[in-house]
Design a binder for this molecule. Structure first.
Ligand code: PAF
Length: 289
């Protein structure tokens, strides 16, 4: 596995791979890699000739009061996991080369970047779209892999890649969970032993919501009440029931639906979600009276 630190060297390497007719898979990360990232890296290694994982804690997606300084940095362990998952390159650019003095260009994906996580983190998706666009321009991937846990991020990156003709396919991979159901996240490291129990209320609430949907429930307010009831142990940021592609709130559950939740537990901000398509469950498509 090769470590690349500059955007010039990264681009040179990628152009050489393309010249040799090789497909490039890409997994953008902020490090502190866990099994969720591993699933993306394994898929990339399996589906492409060569694969790049980037590790860059992106300041543009943190507000001044957020955890940029405290964000876990575990480069040695990340390198071991990346190699074990079949990565060809770790790309870890320096801060000054990503955002040099005078940096002034940002990418905003309209519509999809409103609502859900944007309500309490209005800076967030502009920072994500910008850094991912910069990384795509340097790594030149054929396929890029993202986790469904960040469902709004996936929708935004997919839109951006299509709108800006980036020539990269975005692959969304399923949520990977701990044995107790908690969706894997680098920020789970912030949870104390006492906070772990309440944190599980997010995945439990989504499982209960899914059971209701499978039983035929299609009323948004019933699903919302079920989730909020189960999430009582945590400080809810949002419970949103939206169209899975447009992220627009739904009046009735019909078609591809994203049920997304966010909460704060101690220092950790937790997010989780469930995707449900009523077209795949037609036997349950009749609303209860
Ligand atoms: O999902 C993440 O880890 C980050 O938002 C990403 C996509 C690497 C951009 O910094």
């Amino acid at each position: 596995m090769i470590l690349i630190r500059t955007k010039e060297a990264m681009r040179r390497w990628s152009l050489a791979q393309k010249g040799a007719g090789k497909s490039i898979g890409f997994v953008p990360t902020m490090g502190a890699l866990h099994e969720g990232h591993a699933s993306l890296m394994r898929a990339s290694a399996a589906e492409n000739d060569v694969s790049v994982v980037s590790i860059f804690v992106n300041p543009a997606q943190f507000a001044p009061h957020e955890d940029f300084d405290a964000y876990p940095r575990t480069f040695e362990d990340d390198a071991v996991l990346s190699e074990a998952c079949g990565m060809t390159v770790i790309y870890a650019p320096e801060m000054a080369s990503m955002y040099p003095a005078g940096y002034a260009t940002y990418v905003t994906v309209e519509g999809l970047s409103e609502g859900l996580c944007s309500r309490t983190r209005p800076h967030f998706f502009r920072g994500v779209a910008t850094v991912v666009a910069k990384l795509f321009n340097t790594v030149l991937p054929d396929r890029a892999y993202f986790g469904q846990k960040d469902a709004q991020q996936c929708a935004i990156i997919t839109r951006m890649a299509a709108d800006l003709d980036m020539g990269v396919s975005i692959v969304e991979m399923p949520i990977v969970r701990e044995a107790d159901g908690l969706a894997m996240s680098s920020r789970n490291k912030y949870l104390s032993a006492e906070e772990r129990g309440p944190a599980l209320s997010l995945s439990r609430a989504l499982r209960e919501a899914e059971a209701l949907l499978l039983s035929g429930e299609r009323r948004v307010e019933a699903i919302d009440a079920c989730i909020r009831g189960h999430m009582a142990p945590v400080k809810i940021d949002y419970v949103e029931i939206v169209h899975a592609e447009t992220m627009k709130p739904l009046q009735v559950i019909d078609g591809p639906v994203l049920i997304a939740v966010a909460a704060n537990m101690g220092r950790a901000r937790l997010i989780d979600n469930l995707k449900f398509d009523t077209a795949r469950h037609p036997q349950a498509a009749v609303a209860r009276p």
